[in-house]
Design a protein around this ligand. Structure first.
Ligand code: HEM
Length: 251
């Protein structure tokens, strides 16, 4: 069975993608204003989210749909542990706690896993395809903005078995192919798109929480200047063609 789930997910979440990439937090990031404290808080929150997601994906590995998008090379939990040890030190487990929005995100992942596990596909799609795409630009910005020792601090965005842009691009093709091979009917595809949009919203809430920290660190005037610039839209094909610089980082 073959479907167009991959392109339906892409089209169906385009607007949500534009909203998250234009959040003040992401805009500061892309303009090189990365505040170390907010970044490590983001890493800590993502640790709770990926831990929940990966536990549930593993638990449903025998599920006829979820099992088909189980790709251990994508898993982020161990990479996040390395980043946390770097930013918080050996006792990082005692130092970190999930924010309110993170708790809501984690609760949703567990809820979906209980009630309709097939929707875990939507959560995996939003995070992993994001890390493989825009995440690569974010990695470059973090590394050039914060003074980081070589090989430390951005393991979140590093895929050991996909070390080059070509390898990541090929993998994204494989992932899209896997999505298209899932045995899902039309109404289920629509529920997946709805859940993916909700996952974008849950990410948005976390970025919004972190914006307060960034604003406090850089001052309200600089913050307002950064976020007042015109919006970008990376998943729109026309805009992508007009932005060779940005796209070069993803390919
Ligand atoms: C400023 C931040 C971001 C930038 C610049 C950005 C950029 C991009 C670009 C250029 C692509 C297209 C890659 C391709 O066609 O192969 C993409 C895809 C994607 N991004 Fe982002 N992104 C950002 C933030 C995010 C965030 C925060 C998420 C999720 C929480 C996300 C989720 C995705 C997903 C799921 C796709 C795959 C779309 C598809 O189905 O092809 N992105 N991003």
């Amino acid at each position: 069975m073959s479907s167009d789930l991959a392109s339906r997910l892409r089209e169906g979440t385009k607007q949500s993608h534009t909203v998250v990439e234009n959040t003040a937090f992401m805009q500061c990031f892309l303009k090189g204003v990365v505040e170390k404290h907010s970044f490590r808080t983001l890493i800590a929150n993502l640790y709770f989210i990926y831990s929940a997601l990966e536990v549930e994906l593993q638990r449903h590995i025998a599920h006829p749909v979820v099992g088909m998008i189980w790709f251990p090379e994508l898993h982020r939990q161990q990479n996040l542990e390395q980043d946390l040890a770097f930013y918080y030190g050996e006792n990082w487990r005692q130092e970190i706690a999930p924010s309110q929005s993170t708790n809501a995100y984690v609760a949703r992942i567990h809820e979906v896993a209980e009630v309709e596990p097939v929707l875990l596909v939507a959560h995996a799609y939003v995070r992993y395809m994001g890390d493989l795409s825009g995440g690569q630009s974010l990695r470059a910005m973090v590394r050039s903005s914060i003074q980081l020792p070589p090989d430390k601090g951005t393991a979140l965005y590093e895929f050991e078995s996909l070390p080059t842009a070509e390898a990541r691009k090929a993998f994204k093709g494989k992932y899209r192919h896997a999505l298209d091979s899932l045995p899902v009917e039309d109404d289920l595809s629509q529920r997946m798109i709805d859940e993916a949009n909700y996952a974008f919203e849950l990410n948005h809430n976390i970025f919004h929480e972190l914006e307060m920290d960034v604003k406090a660190a850089i001052g309200e005037d600089v913050f307002n200047l950064i976020v007042s610039r015109h919006n970008i839209n990376s998943t729109n094909s026309d805009t992508r063609n007009a932005k060779p610089g940005l796209m070069a980082m993803h390919q």
